[in-house]
Design a protein around this ligand. Structure first.
Ligand SMILES: C[S@@+](CC[C@H](N)C(=O)[O-])C[C@H]1O[C@@H](n2cnc3c(N)ncnc32)[C@H](O)[C@@H]1O
Length: 470
């Protein structure tokens, strides 16, 4: 065997000490989760709230009815939670430390009457539950096992039942309740922000089907802001509830009640790619053409580092949560594009990013029977007619035929002066008629690598598969 030379990186003294501290942090982060669980179980956020939003340690021990000899231990617990950003502390002028709530611990206060408050206790208790933690402890074994698809999650493999399923309660009724309440609390958080920041996606809609709506809170919030919308709520028969909407007990994999728009809020991240394609196909059948305003609205995590390392880390940790406990996953824009394409959609647009979530609109393109080839380069619609006359650019002449507007990828890649001229003509023509065209003719063939092009096309990404036209 050929010998390979190895270069060993020897850290400096400072790097070595930093590496050990980092090793401590990463090996011990689970203790932050457990300290958070302890704070929630003791009711520390609610106690601080009831003491006026700020308290010293002896008063907190009293309020929690803890034995006096636990005071020094509570101080150590609070010190970690403050350093981790879960509470805040101030010192008064005599040096006495006061513990205060911050926005995170505010979410853990019970009984707050505020529109945007969703009590997150059960989200915490679910994520650090024994069943979740036990499943995460089997990760290496799960990787080594030769399991046949569709792959069960480590949770399912260990406990024999999937999460959020009729069978989960048979494993542990309390876990099932905690997880359902935790998921509802998580999913309902920031619905007010979405309506305030991105309400235009619902404006002008006549009807909406909210798929897999859980407790119907999302539909209620939309109806409150837009009472004219006729809203269907699709849920499994076991979950269907009474809401100010038309409830439909149905299976999202089999049919979706027709509406001008279909909403999938935090639904797709629960399913694997094949399941998502089936769900999206049902949604596509339920909406009218793009001309009639038909669209699927997706509110889900859109993975990516653009929001900074803290948001990205949160997204990646949530992806691990989905990996360990469900068959679902968090997706980046490319992952979404792939499932949209497979489900027969041709256009999508990320309307806005709100926190870790993205709001995506997906629309039907050309009638399916015309297929991708007929869309021309990146989505040229043959029905759009001739370009408008523009004497300055001699547009009246226009392209002699649609063939003039299209080219093989090889032809495009071959470059050359003639090609450059043809690309310029294409770009100007498509812009002149306001055509949604992707990839923009003047950019290279790979979809998704030209943000400027997307902006020029109004943000719409069309012609989802790599164009190859006759
Ligand atoms: C994560 S929750 C969705 C939460 C909700 N969209 C929200 O934003 O509040 C997933 C929901 O999918 C529902 N569900 C699971 N399988 C389904 C099916 N085959 N058809 C319809 N709904 C289903 C579950 O009952 C559960 O309420």
């Amino acid at each position: 065997m050929a010998s390979r030379s190895q270069t060993m990186v020897v850290p400096t003294d400072a790097q070595l000490l930093k590496a050990q501290a980092d090793l401590w942090r990463h090996s011990l982060y689970y203790l932050t989760s457990m300290a958070l669980k302890c704070a929630v179980e003791l009711g520390i956020p609610t106690a601080i709230h009831n003491l006026g939003g700020a308290t010293n340690l002896p008063d907190l021990v009293d309020a929690l009815s803890l034995p006096a000899n636990k005071l020094p231990f509570l101080r150590r617990l609070m010190r970690l939670l403050i350093t981790s950003g879960i509470f805040e502390s101030r010192k008064n002028n005599t040096g006495v430390e006061t513990y205060c709530l911050n926005p995170l611990s505010w979410l853990l206060v019970e009984g707050v009457e505020a529109e945007d408050h969703t009590y997150q206790k059960f989200f915490v208790l679910g994520t650090v539950s024994r069943h979740y933690v036990d499943a995460s402890l089997t990760l290496a074994d799960w990787f080594k096992k030769d399991l046949s698809p569709p792959l069960p999650s480590p949770f399912e493999e260990l406990h024999g039942v999937p999460l959020l399923h009729e069978k989960t309660a048979r494993l542990d009724e309390e876990l099932d309740t905690i997880v359902r309440e935790g998921v509802a609390a998580h999913d309902n958080l920031a619905m007010g922000t979405i309506i305030r920041e991105c309400g235009e996606i619902f404006k002008g809609l006549q009807s909406l089907t909210d798929c897999s709506s859980g407790g119907g809170t999302t539909a209620k919030a939309i109806l409150k802001a837009y009472p004219h919308i006729k809203c269907n709520v699709l849920e499994k028969p076991q979950v269907i509830h009474t809401a100010p909407t038309d409830d439909v007990a149905a299976d999202i994999f089999k049919s979706v009640p027709p509406a001008q728009a279909v909403l999938l809020k935090l639904v797709l991240h629960f399913w694997n790619d094949d399941d998502c394609v089936t769900i999206l196909e049902q949604c596509r059948k339920a909406i009218p053409s793009r001309e009639d305003g038909g669209k699927v609205i997706i509110i889900d995590t859109v993975l990516g580092p653009s929001l900074g390392p803290i948001m990205y880390e949160a997204q990646l940790l949530f992806d691990m949560l989905m990996f360990v406990n469900t068959r679902g996953r968090q997706r980046d824009e490319n992952d979404f594009r792939e499932i949209f394409t497979k489900a027969g959609f041709s256009d999508y647009k990320i309307v806005k990013k709100i926190g870790t979530r993205g709001i995506i609109e997906v629309r039907r393109g050309l009638p399916e029977h015309r297929g991708q080839r007929e869309r021309g380069l990146g989505g040229v619609d043959p029905n759009l007619g001739s370009p408008p006359p523009d004497p300055a650019r001699n547009w009246a002449k226009g392209p002699a035929s649609r063939r003039d507007l299209t080219m093989d990828v090889e032809e495009k890649d071959s470059g050359g002066e003639e090609m450059g001229e043809k690309l310029r003509e294409l770009t100007l023509w498509t812009e002149a008629i306001g055509l949604h065209c992707w990839p923009p003719p003047a950019c290279h063939g790979d979809v998704g690598d030209d943000r400027q092009g997307a902006q020029r096309c109004g943000g719409w990404v069309t012609g989802l598969s790599r164009p190859r036209v006759a």
